[in-house]
Design a binder for this molecule. Structure first.
Ligand SMILES: [Zn+2]
Length: 292
C-alpha cells in the first residue's frame, strides 16, 4: 500500500470514528434531539430536565438585554454536559414589571407568566420529564418561582417541580473591587458575562450611568412595596460593572455550574418527593380522615 493510500485509509477511518462518536453522544438540548434520541435522552437523564429561566431587561449601560438568559443557559448547558439532563429551549417569560420604563423589557402579565409556566411544565411532563428543575437566572423571579412550586399542591401532578434559585456566591475566590451593593449588572454579573459571552460586554460604557443605591424610600426594611427596586435603582443598574474581570466570573460560574450539577444528581436520586406528593394529593381529597 502506498503512503498516500494508507493516509487516505487512516483519515477516512478517523472520519468515520468521529462521525460515530458525534452520533452516539446525545445532545443535552431538547431542540437538537431527534424524536427517537429524545426518548433515549430521557432515559439517560432519568426523566430529569432543566428549564433555565431568563428574562429580557436592561442590564446597566453595558450588558445585553438577555444577560440573565444567556448566563443561565451557559451555566445549565455546562452542568448538563457534566451530568446528563435534557435542557429546555430559551425561556424568558418571567416577572419584570419593575423595568417597564426601560427600552427592550418584555413584561408579560402575571396571569400569563403562571399559566405559561404551568402549561410548559405540563407539556414537559407529558413528554416524560417527571423531574423538572427550574434553574433561575433572574432576581425578579425569586418570588414567582417558589409560588409556582407551592401551587403544584393545588391539583395532582405526576411530576415534581424543583426550583434552583440564582447563582450562589461562595466564600473565597478573587477579591472584589467594588464595595457597595452589587445586585444587577454590577461587578459579579458583568464578570460572569465576560465568561459566557465576552463579545457582548461593553466594559467601556459601564461607568456612563450610576448603579448606586439612591435610597429614595424611608421605610422599615421588613415593610415591602413593589416600587422598592425602582426607588433604589432607577437606572436598572445596581453596582459597578466597570471593575469586572474574567477571573471573578470564572470563579462565580464554576460555583454556579457545580451547584447545578449537584442538584441534577440529587434530583436523579430522589425517589421520595413524588411518592410524598401522591400521598398528599390522595389525603387532601378527604381531609376529615387525616389524623395525627
Ligand atoms: Zn441579570
Amino acid at each position: 500500500m502506498s503512503f498516500r493510500r494508507a493516509s487516505i485509509l487512516v483519515s477516512s477511518t478517523l472520519l468515520i470514528a468521529a462521525t460515530l462518536s458525534a452520533q452516539s453522544k446525545l445532545s443535552t438540548q431538547w431542540e437538537e434531539l431527534t424524536a427517537s434520541d429524545f426518548r433515549q435522552g430521557l432515559q439517560q437523564s432519568k426523566a430529569t430536565c432543566l428549564l433555565p429561566f431568563g428574562i429580557l431587561e436592561k442590564h446597566g449601560p453595558h450588558l445585553p438585554l438577555g444577560t440573565d438568559l444567556l448566563n443561565v443557559r451557559y451555566a445549565s448547558l455546562q452542568a448538563a454536559a457534566q451530568e446528563y439532563a435534557v435542557v429546555f429551549p430559551e425561556y424568558y417569560f418571567g416577572q419584570i414589571f419593575e423595568a417597564k420604563h426601560e427600552p427592550g423589557t418584555v413584561a408579560y402579565s402575571m396571569e400569563l407568566q403562571l399559566r405559561l409556566l404551568q402549561e410548559t411544565a405540563d407539556e414537559m411532563a407529558r413528554n416524560g420529564c417527571k423531574k423538572l428543575i427550574i434553574v433561575n437566572g433572574h432576581g425578579g423571579n425569586e418570588h414567582l418561582l417558589p409560588l409556582f412550586a407551592q401551587a403544584q399542591l393545588d391539583k395532582p401532578h405526576d411530576y415534581v417541580v424543583y426550583v434552583l434559585d440564582g447563582e450562589r456566591s461562595r466564600p473565597g475566590g478573587p477579591a472584589k473591587k467594588s464595595t457597595g451593593i452589587d445586585y444587577h449588572a454590577g461587578e459579579n454579573e458583568t464578570s460572569n458575562t465576560m465568561v459566557s459571552h465576552p463579545d457582548l460586554v461593553h466594559l467601556d460604557r459601564a461607568s456612563s450611568e450610576s448603579g448606586a443605591d439612591q435610597k429614595r424610600q424611608h421605610l422599615p426594611e421588613y415593610l415591602y412595596t413593589g416600587i422598592w427596586w425602582y426607588a433604589r435603582f432607577p437606572n436598572h443598574y445596581s453596582g459597578d460593572g466597570s471593575v469586572a474581570r474574567k477571573e471573578l466570573g470564572e470563579w462565580n460560574m464554576k460555583g454556579w455550574i457545580d451547584s447545578i450539577v449537584e442538584c441534577i444528581r440529587a434530583v436523579k436520586a430522589d425517589d421520595a418527593s413524588l411518592k410524598i406528593q401522591n400521598e398528599f394529593y390522595e389525603k387532601s381529597t378527604h381531609p376529615l380522615d387525616t389524623r395525627p
